[in-house]
Unconditional design. Structure first.
Length: 206
């Protein structure tokens, strides 16, 4: 028998919602798994597993995930954990064209929230594994500026104040990191962030 729960069972026993004698029957064999956001290195492996599973189920072959799509999925926090990831992979396979890759455009059509969320900080080592310290720092700063501008609807003033930077310093960062003040619409900022992630991939592939 296999039992699974997302509750803290020790707390449930203390609260009286779980019988201690029942808990004692299986607690010695309990396994505690970290949430997916804490183990982003597992995401590429799981994504490939579920892609192949749903390709067999729906009798459809794709070219798999593009590198930028895979890194975008790895940088998402996946609040629903593995079940959430499996559901997403099912959607991607169902909506993909046979013989075509699963790319950022398909992710945007199926689950736009994946591209809109700020990258999971825990995924940093996975996303920037082969970058120099200077390039990784620069990439993080650019992602941070774009995410903060997106959060504040493109308002430079609001984004600057939320980061507690002076006007001169904020504009110096924008200029140095190649962030355009003109691209204030949310869609433009999302596109900028996708481009930013693609830059990381290209830098690693050089």
């Amino acid at each position: 028998m296999i039992l699974a729960t997302n509750r803290d069972l020790d707390e449930a026993v203390r609260a009286g919602t779980l019988r201690p004698d029942f808990y004692d029957r299986f607690r010695t064999l309990a396994l505690r798994l970290l949430p997916l956001r804490e183990r982003s290195w597992d995401i590429p492996i799981l994504v490939e597993h579920f892609r192949r599973h749903y390709e067999r189920k729906h009798r459809k072959r794709t070219l798999g995930f593009t590198p930028e799509a895979l890194r975008t999925l790895a940088s998402f926090s996946w609040p629903g954990n593995v079940r959430d990831l499996a559901r997403a992979c099912a959607l991607f396979v169902i909506h993909a064209q046979p013989g075509a890759p699963i790319d950022l455009a398909l992710i945007q059509r199926c689950l736009p929230e994946i591209l809109q969320e700020s990258p999971n900080p825990k995924a940093g080592p996975l996303l920037w594994a082969d970058l120099s310290f200077r390039d990784a720092t620069r990439q993080f700063e650019r992602e941070l500026l774009l995410a903060r501008l997106e959060r504040h609807g493109g308002s430079v003033k609001a984004a600057r104040e939320s980061l507690e930077l002076s006007k001169a310093t904020f504009h110096r960062y924008m200029k140095g990191l190649g962030v355009s003040a003109g691209g204030s619409r949310t869609e433009d900022l999302i596109a900028e962030r996708c481009s930013s992630r693609l830059t990381v991939i290209q830098a690693q592939d050089r």
